[in-house]
Write a protein that binds this ligand. Sequence first.
Ligand SMILES: Nc1nc2c(c(=O)[nH]1)N[C@H]1C(S)=C(S)[C@@H](COP(=O)(O)O)O[C@H]1N2
Ligand SMILES: [Mo]
Length: 242
Amino acid sequence: MKRRLFLASSLASLGLAGCSSVKDALTQGPLRSVLGSAQGVDLTVIGTRGLAREYNESAITSDFPLDSLDTPTDTTYAGLQRANWAPYRLVVDGLVARPQRLSLAELRALGTLTQITRHDCVEGWSAIGKWTGVRLSSVLALAQPAQHARFVVFHCFDRDQLGNTYYESLNLHQAAHPQTILATDLNGKPLAPDHGAPVRLKIATQLGYKSAKWVQRIELAANLPGSGGYWEDQGYAWYAGI
Ligand SMILES: Nc1nc2c(c(=O)[nH]1)N[C@H]1C(S)=C(S)[C@@H](COP(=O)(O)O)O[C@H]1N2
Ligand SMILES: [Mo]
């Protein structure tokens, strides 16, 4: 019962079902001004943890740290980089009615937004960055998740020394949050390869390891592969809310 309600609210936020009356209460009540930069958002997507804080330009960390597996150097990734990402296609497949292969231009055409948020890494550092990208919910609405899809799995280009590829996952509710974006720019410039070019997930409401860099494919699934992520497979919590 609980799960069905949960799924229903996630699907509603993806435009697959009707609206909630909570939305009207929020858009017309005093919370409207608090929600500021989230204007125009379908407010039914906001979960119990609400919105992550957004900052002013002056708070931006000038040199955003790097912290991940090595930037991919394989021929596929290197070739895409050399071609300035022109041949890159973001694959969206699995349990969807309309599988997608989106160029960067097609992705951006879904509508970009910019948000200045804090990134918290479990290794003990935080940094504030200005991220520009497209709401994950917009991409999912295009692909139309099937009724039995419950998770969004991000498959990345990078792999560790044992050959394990980095991957991450969210449930549909987390995916539909208005601050869950597929970022193409950091601090006003296209993502550098080291920061996850050409497309990375940036989820402001969860710890750094959820924000998968170098996203190659987004798969809708009924069940999580493994424990749901590269670090989760090594014992980290799947839910990394902050
Ligand atoms: N594909 C991929 N994404 C990843 C990682 C990684 O190793 N590979 N590391 C994660 C961790 S632990 C953090 S803190 C952030 C760091 O992002 P940054 O290097 O752009 O600061 O990326 C996350 N996303
Ligand atoms: Mo991290």
